[in-house]
Design a protein around this ligand. Structure first.
Ligand code: C5P
Length: 308
């Protein structure tokens, strides 16, 4: 039983990047079949759930995140997570949910999915619901294609529409420079542009074997050669400046630059933490005001000591 003084629960959930994003031809259900390799990186949102008589949501954001771009209506994955978890347990869930966002919104980093996953875990703990991992993963898949991975974290193969997630061997510590854009890109729009540019896409997406092999070497140079994103071409076609940014980062010494997921965030793989800091410094001097350094792989949505 939960007493009236049950302590708040804080859950931390990480951004993801897609090391491999193979996209197949549009399915009849409106989704694309994917073979993807996700990696959770150390750029995180924290969600704290306090006991309360009703359900409410408060957002605060670091200066590179536009909190006003987060939908607060029924599209919000936190509120949808609360509704679905409540429905599973036959009750309406309440709580004062406070989110501190550091993951850019609509950035191709699954920030909304991270928040949805965090809400599932935080409300499950706050109300002591004991939801099984199996049920949490099913609820997550119903919320969005990337939400199961946000629960699992680490490095994982995603299939289906991305919602079927299997951890993979990853012996490396990988250092990334992350460059968000001021204005987000709509994921459905990027997929629609993929359909326009690739009317010949095969039903089965390109496999990730080369990338999975590189992960097992732990060598950044090997990983750099095998990074792959089928949404990069449509994202750059919609935002040509992303192509220029990738060229710039590679000219400054990145092993490889890549659009993250559907963009517009661009990530650069580096040799080491020092290399990542040097590259970040060079990009800042070149005029990019927000340049972050993150390493992977990190954990999926998990409870941390409360600080709100
Ligand atoms: O699953 P999620 O709600 O995050 O997907 C958002 C949109 O992205 C979908 O409505 C669809 O337009 C597109 N999408 C897709 N194929 C996928 C995942 C997402 O076409 N595998």
């Amino acid at each position: 039983m939960i007493g009236p003084t049950a302590p708040p629960v804080t859950v931390r959930a990480a951004a993801k990047i897609n090391l491999h994003l193979g996209v197949g031809a549009l399915r009849e259900d409106g989704y694309h079949p994917l073979t993807t390799v996700y990696q959770a990186v150390g750029l995180c949102d924290d969600l704290t759930a306090h006991l309360a008589d009703d359900l409410s949501l408060e957002l605060s954001a670091t200066d590179w995140v536009s909190a006003e771009a987060v939908p607060l209506d029924d599209d919000n994955l936190i509120l949808r997570a609360a509704a679905r978890l409540g429905a599973l347990h036959g009750r309406e869930l309440t709580g004062r949910l406070v989110v501190e966002k550091a993951i850019p919104v609509a950035g191709g980093l699954a920030g909304g999915s991270a928040d949805g996953a965090a809400a599932l875990v935080a409300l499950d703990r706050l109300h002591d619901l004991g939801t099984s991992d199996h049920d949490l993963l099913l609820l997550a898949a119903g919320l969005g294609s990337d939400v199961p991975f946000s629960l699992v974290g680490g490095t994982a193969l995603g299939t289906g529409r991305g919602e079927l997630v299997d951890p993979v061997a990853d012996v490396g510590t990988w250092w990334w420079v992350v460059v968000p854009s001021r204005v987000g890109l709509s994921t459905p729009e990027v997929y629609r542009h993929f359909d326009r540019l690739r009317p010949d896409a095969a039903p089965v997406p390109p496999d990730a074997e080369a990338l999975l092999g590189a992960l097992r070497t732990g060598q950044p140079v090997s990983l750099a050669r095998t990074l792959h994103n089928d949404l990069q071409e449509p994202a750059i076609d919609l935002r040509p400046e992303l192509g220029a940014l990738i060229e710039r980062g590679e000219a400054e010494g990145a092993l490889r630059g890549l659009v993250s997921g559907s963009g517009p965030t661009v990530v650069f793989l580096c040799e080491s933490a020092d290399h990542a800091r040097d590259l970040a410094g060079a990009l800042i001097r070149g005029g990019h005001d927000v340049v972050l350094v993150a390493n992977g792989a990190v954990a999926g949505a998990h409870v941390v000591p409360s600080h709100v």
